[in-house]
Write a protein that binds this ligand. Structure first.
Ligand SMILES: Nc1nc2c(ncn2[C@@H]2O[C@H](COP(=O)(O)OP(=O)(O)OP(=O)(O)O)[C@@H](O)[C@H]2O)c(=O)[nH]1
Ligand SMILES: [Mg+2]
Length: 689
């Protein structure tokens, strides 16, 4: 049967209430779920079948309101208003009902085709509260389904209500806010003027927004500019004169209104949310000081938070470094054995040199080395990191990082971008969208690549462990410091030199601490981080190492210096000398541009082509033996900071559409890398390292 998506449902709700968790539970999707607000930045789609209905579900970014103040709010509201969704699934955090209902009431003002998923019911109970679901349903006039998204509780019922509301089998009577006689009078008058503009509920909504001086709607009326919120046709079918007449009438009303119309609209809505909550929620166990509050007194303390965060970081890194050694050694042994066996077999079969070389020395040894040195530390580090994310530590780190960002003249949303960039610079660059101020956005985009992403950190950590052994822990901390430090410094410099505008503020909510969900943690670690990074390391490394091998062996039989790689190494060695970098290192870094993860195998190749190794020694072991600490440190400094990977460059271009800024996002990290490596190397030499 040709399956058609008969129903489209959109998720809406405050940040961090479990929208993506509900989405995943309903669709079997794998959207990022974690304990901090602001994870979902783009629309994501999934489907499920319920009875004989196909439902297309759209996950949206979280938003506290539907006022067009920030881009996330606009994404959510434009989509709800675009006319595409047949029903809105409003996910509500039951433990913060009053604040969440403020959004619910705004949604109901837009559409009566809504279902409320009252999520986090388990936490509500733990906190000693209960909600009378029937009474809430009666007060809101739309179905309310209690859910525990992470356990899949309430999903069937939710699907049921989604389908019923969308198909009209269940009629709704959405609650509406009583704005008082004055404002209601204005709204009525404006609705009469707005006759041609879609259904009455939409007219009423537009009238209220005009009274609130909503920038998007006002612009649409003033200039005829298209906006999804006014439906597919926008205002184009209303003559300009009529539009402007409506607008000036609304302005007159707004200016004449006492009390202020904008304040009154918000106040009345809050009042209703408060009333409903008061009516339906009841505490059944006396309040204690919550654990979250007690822990946060220390975690967000201006002084104590720093040593505690440092201690947590040190513990995670220590466990990673200590734990990685044994499995790394075992894997290395296993791959070494495999390579020897394969070489033996291939030689026995009289396979030609051009097959044995790339297959065994390139592919097998290369891939084996990458897996052996990178896999163990990454699995341990990311498991620990994801546990901290699930418990809810990231927003606290962001909260403290925000203090530093303020010092350098950036703050708020840039902090969130920086947090995202730690995962992946591409995501970081995409997150910059939420920054409204164009100049702040550019600064955030071009400084993102200075932050160590998963890939660079994974590969870098493996190399640090290899080169620094017992001192790996302090060295790792220094590199994290260099990364964050250079990001803060360049932000400060850019803020000082180029731009002098007020940065945008941002409120990041500190969610309650939660017990980690192991399934979620393991999935994110293995698939999103380790799988993704190792996948790139192996998939891109294979052709890259093959290419290096080929270019390093042609013409066949020629001495290394006369091959293409040999010439490249020779040429680059002069360039790298002041930074303590050899031609081999720079050649390897050149081949590492597509994906930072492949540095390990590129390095093994550029050195492996020409080095005579001791008995049963791998190239990396050889490097660890022959490189001085200063050489290794200089190389890693340059590697961690130099150019962003190609995907990040592409994302930067897509987001800025500006050649200048794309080049800047290449040039800035390169400049910073060169300067810092120069200081490190020359300083180290002066100090006698
Ligand atoms: N205990 C409990 N935790 C939940 C429940 N639903 C979600 N969570 C947790 O709440 C946190 C937030 O969930 P998400 O699904 O990422 O929230 P979101 O609304 O999509 O967040 P943003 O995309 O950042 O706006 C995660 O740590 C989830 O594991 C629930 O019903 N019970
Ligand atoms: Mg989400």
């Amino acid at each position: 049967m040709d399956k058609q998506y008969t129903i489209t449902a959109a998720m809406a709700g405050n940040p961090n209430v479990g929208k993506s968790a509900v989405f995943n539970a309903l669709t079997g999707g794998r959207q990022h779920v974690g304990n901090w607000p602001g994870k979902t930045i783009e629309r994501a789609e999934g489907t499920f079948v319920h009875g004989d209905q196909q439902v297309r579900l759209v996950d949206l970014p979280g938003t506290y309101s539907l006022a067009a103040q920030s881009p996330e709010e606009v994404v959510a509201r434009d989509y709800i208003l675009s006319g595409e969704p047949d029903v809105v699934v409003n996910v509500v955090d039951a433990t913060k009902l009053e604040r969440n209902l403020n959004l619910t009431l705004q949604v109901l003002e837009l559409t009566g085709k809504a279902v409320v998923a009252l999520n986090l019911m388990d936490e509500l109970e733990n906190e000693g509260w209960e909600v009378d679901v029937g009474a809430l349903e009666a007060a809101l006039g739309v179905p309310v389904v209690p859910t525990v998204a992470i356990e899949g509780r309430g999903c069937r019922e939710l699907m049921d209500e989604i389908v019923k509301v969308a198909t009209g089998q269940r009629s709704t009577h959405p609650a509406s806010v009583d704005y008082g006689v004055t404002i209601d009078g204005y709204v009525h008058a404006l609705v009469a003027d707005l006759g041609g503009l879609g259904p009455v509920s939409r007219q009423r909504w537009v009238a209220l927004r005009l009274l609130e001086d909503d920038p998007e709607i006002v612009a649409a009326f003033a200039t005829g500019e298209h906006t999804d919120c006014l439906g597919p046709e926008g205002t184009t079918h209303i003559p300009l004169q009529t539009r402007q007449a409506v607008l000036s009438r609304a302005v007159r009303m707004r200016e004449g209104a006492r009390p202020d119309a904008r304040v009154e609209i918000v106040r009345r809505r809050f009042e209703l949310a408060h009333e409903i909550t008061h009516h339906v929620a009841r505490r059944f166990r006396p309040a204690g000081d919550s654990l979250t509050e007690r822990v946060d007194r220390v975690m967000t303390h201006p002084i104590w938070s720093w040593p505690i965060m440092a201690a947590m970081l040190l513990v995670v890194l220590w466990v990673t470094i200590q734990g990685a050694n044994v499995p790394s050694g075992m894997l290395e042994g296993a791959f070494g054995w495999l390579a020897e066996q394969s070489r033996g077999v291939l030689t026995q079969w009289k396979a030609p040199w051009w097959l044995v070389g790339p297959l065994v020395d390139g592919l097998l040894v290369g891939t084996g080395t990458v897996i052996a040195v990178m896999l163990p530390p990454m699995v341990i580090f990311f498991t620990a990191f994801n546990l901290l994310e699930d418990i809810g530590f990231l927003p606290r780190v962001a909260f403290n990082l925000d203090r530093l960002m303020r010092v350098v003249g950036s703050q708020g949303k840039h902090t969130l971008v920086a947090m995202m960039s730690f995962g992946c610079n591409v995501t970081g660059v995409l997150t910059c969208r939420i920054i409204e101020n164009a100049k702040d956005r550019i600064i955030a985009v071009v400084t993102s690549p200075l932050i160590l992403c998963n890939g660079r950190f994974g590969a870098g950590l493996a190399l640090i462990i290899l080169f620094f052994g017992a001192s790996a822990l302090p060295v790792t901390v220094i590199f994290l410091g260099i990364s964050v430090g250079t990001m803060l410094l360049t932000t400060w410099v850019l803020n000082r030199i180029f731009f002098r505008e007020e940065p945008s503020g941002f409120v990041m909510e500190l969610p309650s601490y939660r017990l980690p969900k192991w399934g979620q943690v393991i999935w994110r670690t293995l698939v999103h981080q380790v799988g993704h990074t190792m996948g790139r390391a192996i998939l891109i490394a294979a052709p890259a190492t093959f290419l290096i091998w080929l270019l390093g062996n042609l013409p066949y039989g020629a001495p290394f210096e006369q091959t293409a790689i040999g010439r490249l190494v020779d040429g680059l060695s002069t360039v790298g000398r002041p930074l303590g970098l050899t031609g081999e290192m720079l050649t390897a870094l050149l081949f590492t541009l597509p994906a930072k993860e492949i540095v390990v195998s590129s390095l093994a190749m550029t050195y492996g082509l020409q080095t005579t190794l001791a008995e049963s020694e791998t190239v990396l072991q050889y490097l660890a033996r022959t490189w001085s600490a200063l050489t290794a440190f200089s190389f890693l400094t340059f590697y961690m900071l130099y150019l962003p990977c190609l995907v990040t460059v592409w994302a930067t271009w897509r987001e800025t559409r500006s050649l200048k800024w794309t080049l800047m996002s290449l040039g800035l990290p390169l400049l910073v890398a060169t300067v810092i490596t120069f200081i490190v190397y020359q300083g180290g030499r002066l100090l006698g390292f």
